[in-house]
Design a protein around this ligand. Structure first.
Ligand SMILES: N[C@@H](CCC(=O)N[C@@H](CS)C(=O)NCC(=O)O)C(=O)O
Length: 196
């Protein structure tokens, strides 16, 4: 069985969500960033990590891509045009959303206090809002890359929750409706149930 190292309020959520979408059983090993439990399997101290047949995989997107390819879901087959479009959207979500939220979070709570720059947080929030508004203008739905639920949807909707947790809650109407529908998916709800 897969073992997910991480905590719910982290990018570990994405890996659990992907496993639920793919109908794969897993065990959650509670491991915070830089905890003993994560250093035992990942020298960087970062979460999440996935244990597969005694091997450790790291990076939530790499893990989800491995799972998608291995279980034929969440991504079109490699080498197809549809897959290339999905991968581009995944990279968009990482470049324009995840990285901006991560920079904001580092300057709010992660870096040593004397290295935090409050103006960076404001700048990141502005950048996030800009990217979201640009996406909203072109968004045709029902999902980020059309009809098929994909890795990019997991990253993006997870990031929207992250954004809310750092005080960015305004969303254009079409993206608010999209996020509501995606959060209603049974797989998302199953991961949320771990919090109860
Ligand atoms: N790109 C990596 C980022 C991993 C990452 O930075 N995880 C955070 C928690 S969500 C962490 O462990 N932070 C501790 C650190 O950066 O030192 C992924 O998607 O898994």
């Amino acid at each position: 069985m897969y073992k997910v190292y991480g905590v719910l309020r982290s990018r570990g959520f994405r890996v659990m969500w992907a496993l639920e979408e793919l109908g794969q059983p897993y065990e959650m090993i509670e491991a915070g960033p830089h905890s003993e439990a994560i250093y035992a399997v990942n020298a960087s101290g970062k979460i999440p990590a996935l244990e597969v047949d005694g091997a450790i995989l790291t990076d939530s997107t790499a893990i989800m891509t491995y799972l998608a390819d291995n279980h034929s879901g969440l991504a079109a087959p490699a080498g197809t045009l549809e897959r290339a479009k999905q991968d581009a959207m995944t990279q968009w979500a990482l470049d324009e959303v995840d990285s901006v939220l991560w920079s904001a979070t580092k300057h709010m709570a992660v870096l040593p206090e004397d290295r935090r720059v409050p103006d960076v947080v404001e700048s990141c929030k502005w950048e996030f809002t800009n990217s979201i508004e640009r996406l909203a203008k072109d968004f045709k739905g029902p999902l980020l890359t059309g009809e098929n639920f994909a890795i990019a949807d997991i990253i993006f909707v997870h990031c929207l929750g992250w954004a809310r947790s750092i005080g960015i809650s305004d969303l254009p109407d079409n993206l608010r409706a999209y996020a509501r529908e995606v959060r209603a998916r049974p797989a998302f709800q199953a991961v949320m149930a771990h919090a109860e």
